[in-house]
Ligand binder design. Structure first.
Ligand code: HEM
Ligand code: NFK
Length: 278
């Protein structure tokens, strides 16, 4: 078969080519390179250490990577929510499956940070206070859009910028993934006026997957999102115990015991209760 005209078949790398690359893929004067497209100049210039401790770069990198994934998760969850309101259930499920894979990475990534020893962390920990993961706005946005809205966090946030406060208020005002799922039940002629009705409808869908397969699969995808979020909280707190034991947090909380108090948080309690009644 003849190679596609755009394919690269030569023994020289594109950089070695004498003639400039063809303008076929971009307009003249607006050509992108790997670095300009990905804005690597700006991106790789954002790691500013507070100390000369060796492990501080890892600490910053890990957190920045988390925040990039949080941004991606919010993007996917917003679209999944819209897809549910539009009754495009295959698209909502597709996006939620992507969300699950990212969430698995977020849990797995904790192990990289755990290669830092507690004594190496202590070389720069004091410099971090009063900063803390507690102040991650995108993390709280993820909780809010998922269904765990708690206005109290807004009051407890220190140093929120105007833009961050507006983002959190917007998340409090807008529908959650659960609101969108309840709308799906109604669209599929399943009663969803009260929690009792929703539970009864979930049982109907569970026992009639021939009739309600799409609805059931969507509920399962939400369940997995909830389970993986709980998995991250559990993984985070064991790392915290390993790093700082029972010390109080830089953010001013009791530390691991505060984090343990959040382990029972579930976004979709009705989906968890359902298991007892099938
Ligand atoms: C050495 C590693 C880490 C330690 C010792 C640690 C410790 C803590 C502690 C003690 C808290 C409670 C708030 C406080 O008083 O400071 C907290 C909260 C939090 N941390 Fe970390 N953390 C670590 C790494 C991370 C990483 C990598 C992330 C990823 C973004 C993260 C995200 C969060 C979030 C989102 C909260 C708020 C949790 C909630 O309110 O439920 N932490 N962390
Ligand atoms: N709260 C942590 C410090 C910490 O992990 C942290 C500090 C600044 C920015 C993000 C952080 N990550 C998670 O809390 C501690 O008490 O050691």
């Amino acid at each position: 078969m003849a190679p596609h005209p755009d394919s690269y078949a030569g023994g020289v790398t594109p950089d070695q080519e004498i003639s400039p690359p063809s303008a076929q893929f971009g307009e003249d004067g607006a050509r992108l390179s790997y670095g300009t497209y990905l804005r690597l100049g700006q991106l790789l210039d954002q790691q500013r250490l507070e100390t000369d401790a060796h492990d501080e770069l890892l600490f910053i990198t890990i957190h920045q990577v988390y925040e990039l994934w949080f941004k991606q998760l919010l993007h996917e969850l917003e679209s999944a929510r819209q897809a549910m309101f539009d009754d495009r259930l295959w698209w909502a499920r597709h996006l939620l499956h992507r969300v699950h894979e990212i969430e698995r990475i977020l849990i797995e990534q904790v192990g990289v940070l755990e290669t830092m020893t507690p004594q190496d962390f202590l070389q720069f920990r004091a410099k971090l206070a009063p900063a803390s993961g507690f102040q991650s706005v995108q993390f709280r946005e993820l909780e809010f859009i998922s269904g765990a809205k708690d206005e109290a966090f807004l009051r407890r946030f220190r140093a929120l910028t105007e833009d961050e406060a507006a983002r959190l208020h917007r998340r409090l005002d807008e529908p959650t993934l659960w609101d969108a799922f309840v709308a799906v039940l109604r669209t599929h002629d399943l009663a969803a006026g009260t929690d009792a009705e929703i539970s009864a409808s979930l049982r109907i869908a569970a026992h009639d997957r021939g009739g309600y397969g799409d609805v059931w699969e969507l509920a399962e995808a939400l369940m997995t999102h909830d389970e993986l979020s709980a998995g991250w909280r559990a993984r985070h707190v064991t790392m915290v115990e390993r790093m700082i034991g029972t010390k109080t947090g830089t953010g001013g909380s009791s530390g691991a015991s505060y984090l343990r108090s959040r382990l029972d948080l579930r976004y979709y309690p009705l989906l968890w209760e359902l298991r007892s009644w099938l």
